[in-house]
Design a protein around this ligand. Structure first.
Ligand code: FNR
Length: 371
């Protein structure tokens, strides 16, 4: 029978994804100890492997302890964090999926509560009371909104340290066995705050013109690409539009994607928003596929592979996005929390794998015998 595009493999450098279903990175605020994933993360991520996804992303993973989104985020800033990630990577591989890690520096939005605690910014006093080396840094001394403290503007030395942190975390991601690194350049975190003229008011080579505002993003991507094995894919998540008037827009994203492609970035994961309080809440449901137009235009105009994300709910919707040439990969977030077996169910909705051959071997043959 005819195979849906959603279940066609995709080769990216040396990695073959078995299908186009990606689990979007989702913060769990559940690290054990200092930034280490534990049993929660093993179960949370592995269930998507059993559920048939081709590629699973670990949540935003901090490159520096002072730059976590939340106080219980996972990180790859220390060698102690490699082994617990490797245990998860190995289990996911044994169960037929690829796994990537999203590396992030939260910048001026470091230190917020989990949504179940209110999702608000913590004060620097609250953060320092944890005994951890928290720092809110940004391109300029401009706060992310009324509830956020003013960040320290990074010096050139501070910028150089941040580039080193991304490289060191990339090296650990390789040792942990990850197949993909995704750089988090979206949602108002550090790199996004350099891109947008709203948050970046610098007058040195990192601010002012678009070329200058893009400089740190390009440097980090170049540094990471040089350290990440050539056969492994590199993804970048961007906010295709930052959500402010006259801020970072889609034309800018097309230019950035072209430049990142030239550096060796393989896939552009097209999200949006998050720059400041008014736009930061990515958990608000908006229209079905509301960010797909960003993916479509960047894919066409920058001639790059893209990953669409945002309120993509079922197989037929995902299949149409691929058939219409609007993306190469489909990332699923909340709908995969609702249904960890999203990929298998999407296959069935598209008339694919009706014999359960893509399911775990422990389960598939029993399901095939079911009346
Ligand atoms: C997210 N999102 C997110 N994005 C990201 O780039 N890094 C992250 O760590 C997180 N964390 C996170 C946690 C939770 C619980 C949710 C629900 C979302 C955004 C997520 O990856 C996705 O882009 C959005 O949720 C939109 O897709 P869905 O949920 O509509 O499929």
């Amino acid at each position: 029978s005819h195979r849906p595009r959603l279940f066609e493999p995709l080769q990216i450098r040396g990695l073959e994804l078995k299908n186009r279903v990606v689990i979007s990175p989702m913060c769990q605020h559940s690290a054990e100890g200092r930034g280490r994933p534990g049993a929660w993360h093993l179960v949370h991520l592995s269930k998507f492997a059993l559920g048939g996804a081709g590629l699973i992303f670990v949540e935003s993973t901090a490159v520096d302890p002072g730059a976590r989104i939340g106080v219980r985020d996972v990180g790859l800033w220390s060698d102690e964090q490699v082994a617990p990630f490797k245990a998860i990577v190995d289990f996911v591989h044994e169960n037929g999926a690829a796994i990537g890690v999203q590396l992030a520096h939260a910048g001026r939005k470091a230190g917020s509560q989990a949504l179940w605690e209110g999702g608000r910014a913590l004060t620097m006093e609250q953060l320092h009371a944890t005994g951890e080396p928290w720092r809110r840094v940004g391109p300029s001394a401009v706060a992310a909104g009324p509830e956020w403290s003013v960040p320290e503007a990074l010096t050139p030395d501070g910028i150089a340290e941040i580039r080193q942190m991304f490289v060191a975390a990339t090296e650990r991601a390789d040792r942990a066995g990850f197949d993909v690194v995704e750089l988090h350049f979206g949602h108002g975190y550090l790199i996004a705050s350099f891109l947008s003229p709203h948050s970046n008011r610098r007058d040195d080579e990192y601010g002012g013109s678009r070329e200058n505002r893009m400089r740190l993003a390009l440097e980090v991507a170049r540094d990471v690409r040089a350290r990440w094995p050539q056969e492994k894919p590199l993804f970048v998540r961007i906010s295709a539009v930052d959500g402010t008037e006259d801020g970072w827009g889609l034309d800018d994203s097309v230019v950035l994607a072209r430049e990142l492609k030239a550096i060796g970035v393989d896939v552009f994961d097209c999200s949006s928003g998050g720059l400041s309080d008014e736009t930061r809440n990515m958990n608000v449901p908006r229209g079905l596929g509301f960010q797909v137009p960003f993916s479509e235009r960047i894919r066409r105009e920058a001639d790059v592979m893209t990953q669409a994300v945002g309120v993509i709910l079922d197989g037929p919707q995902a299949e149409a996005i691929l058939q219409e040439g609007r993306a190469d990969l489909i990332a699923v977030g909340r709908q995969a929390l609702y249904d960890p077996y999203w990929a298998h169910h999407a296959a069935h909705a598209l008339g694919h794998d009706l014999r359960f051959e893509g399911w775990p071997t422990q389960h598939g043959p029993w399901l095939a015998k079911r009346a």
